[in-house]
Design a protein around this ligand. Structure first.
Ligand SMILES: [Zn+2]
Length: 724
């Protein structure tokens, strides 16, 4: 759910290696120099200063000044590099205490600056800030390479790592050492000089190929616009027609209507347009992006990328790219990821057959005299939805008041985590905007302070869209007890004073999801900062799981109540919502899985003679891909995988987390106390939330469930036909 955004807004951890990870996600928007501004001297820069005040010290959100951010970030990086040099140049033999611990401690000042930077980026952005962001981006990238390429530092990390294999440290320390070592080694720190040179060359070539790949897709999105006349608009909504008219005018085609070559334009067109020939044209244009045999064709780029990736991981001693990438993921090996996907695949395509049969019936009833083709899927699926799953979203909304949902989340947190939420005294905690509210979180039994929860619910100019969670400070104990500052952010439209804020079912679900991230941060029980880090195919699971509590009886009966009558949401309405959630799951699972499988096949196959066009076709044929739909992202425009490395052999991760989520939810359903079973709740906190990344996620899950996750729960959850 919404994973890309959440990945980008990962917690701001105060540890060097994680800061690097976050920084690599920054995007340079502008390189124009910022106007001259008054700048505080580094020593007095408020953004670098230690946090003071109650609750273990708090960010000075009420004293933020944009003029300070550039110097704070630059000075923060300088301090961090000095700390790293001191660790690297230590004359004493390397130990855990003189190398790993100070690395964990390093970057605190930069981490503080980065919290403010993150607020401007996500919640208070402006053209001025984006200029500063553009200036900082290359400096940040240079900063992170200086650390990862510090040979003396790596030699010390390696010494500690090697020694730990002889004399193991405490389990959590061992994990810190291993992860630190692997993080450096995976990126070439352990290579000899010649290999290092080649490694750097490959990375340089790859980064320009990634840019070209992305730009080619963009060019095809911009260049292939389909213009319609007034008599070609049947079935389209008024708002679609309006924006299509504007898109045409913007392109100098006044009086026409533009279907642009993007998902947001294509998808509703295919869903609603009654012009079948045009649907085919729009569909073909969209799914040919990067595959038109012209100067923007990406087939050759894919070949080059795959070869270079293969060569690079070969230098590190790996058989293929997927094996290298998955070593520190929960799945661990490409085989494990592949087994999971191949197990779901037959049920997903069987469900497609059922959906196609439903759609064919509708088409026949309408005397349309057609056989369902890929450009018909969305159109007839919409007719099936209306017939079988229609929901009145206005009716649902009347039972979903944001204040009540917030109370429901506190109730769930109390039942599962033994947390109590209490608003902080007015004015006691600095905030960056008057809309932000803050609660103190304590243990219900002992009253111990656990942390704060900041909620910034409303949309406004300069705030990014969507919903996300982050932590301004994460829990650790290695330097004394550090408490948590967590936050949730949404984009609801602010209601008039005294009016209830009514939200959609999806929004309520997302609100619970983000709160799951906050609970994951608040319940953390680890010693070292880096153990708060996320594992890509595991980190969405906890928050996805929490979504299930929204539709538990206790929440429905006490909190999902009609805003006027106070009556709980009727059972038949809940049933309708659940049924509608399974609508078109065959289509969405199959188009997703086809892309995820292809991602994995590309990176486990010898690329020497691989031709993407042939490879894609033959692989899909071997998979029995239904003819009525295509991959969600065909190879030549699969930006997740080929315009960078963030999601290369990681696209499977969405479903990996979904499998865990469905399987863990069933563990609750099957227990005596259901979703409020006390034993299950204790295990949930102890094994799935509190350890964060201090134990192997696969091991943690086994401790919770008594076995590995099985895929059957996901199949039931999505309404798939079960294999014999
Ligand atoms: Zn999330």
């Amino acid at each position: 759910m919404n994973s890309t955004n959440q990945q980008q807004m990962k917690r701001y951890l105060l540890k060097t290696s994680q800061i690097i990870a976050v920084f690599t996600l920054l995007i340079a928007i502008s390189c124009t120099p910022a106007p001259e501004q008054e700048q505080a001297s580094p020593e007095s820069n408020i953004l670098l200063q230690e946090w003071t005040g109650p609750y273990g010290g708090l960010p000075a959100f009420d004293q933020m000044n944009l003029a300070d951010v550039k110097s704070a970030m630059e000075r923060g990086m300088e301090i961090n590099l000095a700390e790293i040099d001191e660790i690297a140049n230590n004359a004493d033999p390397a130990t855990f205490d003189n190398t790993i611990v100070p690395m964990e401690r390093s970057g605190a000042a930069l981490g503080r600056a980065f919290v403010y930077y993150g607020i401007w980026r996500g919640s208070l952005s402006s053209p001025e800030f984006r200029e500063i962001q553009g200036e900082l981006a290359p400096k940040i990238s240079e900063f992170s390479s200086k650390i990862t390429q510090n040979e003396k530092l790596f030699a010390r990390i390696k010494a500690v790592y090697d020694a730990s294999k002889e004399n193991p440290l405490a389990a959590d320390q061992q994990r810190v050492v291993q992860q630190t070592y692997e993080g450096f080694a995976m990126n070439g720190a352990d290579l000899d000089a010649a290999s290092k040179t080649r490694y750097a060359e490959i990375n340089k070539e790859l980064s320009s190929l990634y840019t070209t790949f992305g730009n080619n897709v963009l060019a095809d999105e911009e260049n292939y616009v389909i213009y319609l006349n007034e008599d070609e608009l049947s079935g389209l909504s008024e708002s679609y027609i309006k924006s299509a008219a504007k898109a045409a005018t913007d392109r100098g085609q006044e009086g026409k209507y533009a279907v642009t070559n993007t998902r947001s334009s294509m998808d509703p067109f295919l869903r609603y347009s009654e012009e079948r020939a045009l649907r085919k044209k729009v569909w073909s244009t969209y799914y040919s992006r990067g595959d038109n045999g012209d100067e923007y064709d990406n087939n050759d780029n894919i070949k080059k990328i795959l070869k270079l990736r293969n060569e690079r991981v070969g230098l590190l001693g790996h058989e293929n790219y997927a094996q290298w990438r998955l070593q520190n993921r929960m799945a661990k090996t490409p085989e494990n990821a592949m087994n999971m996907m191949e197990a779901v695949w037959p049920a997903a395509i069987a469900r497609v057959n059922e959906e196609v049969a439903d759609m064919q019936t509708v088409a026949d009833e309408l005397d349309d005299n057609i056989t369902i083709e890929p450009w018909d899927y969305r159109y007839y699926a919409e007719k099936v939805r209306k017939k079988k799953y229609d929901l009145d979203s206005d009716e649902v909304k009347q039972y979903l008041q944001l204040d009540k949902i917030t109370e429901a989340m506190f109730f769930v947190a109390g039942e599962l985590f033994n947390f109590n939420f209490e608003p902080v005294p007015e004015g006691s905690v600095p905030v960056y905007h008057e809309d932000v509210n803050v609660w103190e979180v304590t243990d219900k039994t002992s009253g111990d302070h656990i942390g704060l929860w900041y909620l910034d619910p409303y949309s406004r100019q300069g705030k990014r869209s969507g919903a996300w969670a982050n932590a301004y400070r994460s829990q650790t104990t290695y330097d004394g007890k550090v408490t948590v500052l967590s936050s949730n952010n949404s984009n609801f439209v602010k209601p008039a004073p005294g009016e209830p804020l009514l939200v959609s079912w999806d929004d309520a679900n997302t609100f619970f999801h983000e709160f799951g991230h906050a609970l994951h941060a608040l319940s953390s029980n680890v010693r070292y900062p880096s153990l708060n880090g996320g594992v890509r195919d595991y980190t969405e699971f906890q928050s996805q799981l929490l979504e299930y509590w929204l539709s538990t009886d206790k929440v429905i009966n006490n909190y999902l109540v009609h805003y006027q009558t106070g009556e709980p949401m009727p059972a038949d309405l809940i049933a309708k919502i659940k049924k509608a959630a399974n609508f078109n799951q065959g289509f969405s699972t199959t188009e997703y899985l086809a892309s995820a499988l292809m991602d994995m096949y590309y990176h486990t196959t010898d690329p020497t003679d691989l031709d993407p066009d042939t490879f894609e076709r033959e692989t899909l044929t071997a998979l029995n891909m239904p003819e009525e739909l295509v991959m969600r992202h065909r190879s030549t425009h699969f930006g997740h995988v080929f315009s960078g490395e963030g999601y290369a052999t990681a696209y499977y991760g969405y479903m990996w987390a979904d499998v865990l989520t469905a399987d863990a939810a069933e563990a609750f359903m099957d227990s005596p106390g259901g979703f409020y079973d006390k034993d299950m709740a204790a295990k949930l906190v102890k094994y799935l939330f509190a350890p964060r990344n201090s134990i192997d996620p696969a091991e943690a899950y086994r401790l919770f469930r008594g076995r590995d996750a099985q895929i059957e729960a996901l199949m039931r959850d999505r309404g798939f036909p079960m294999p014999e």
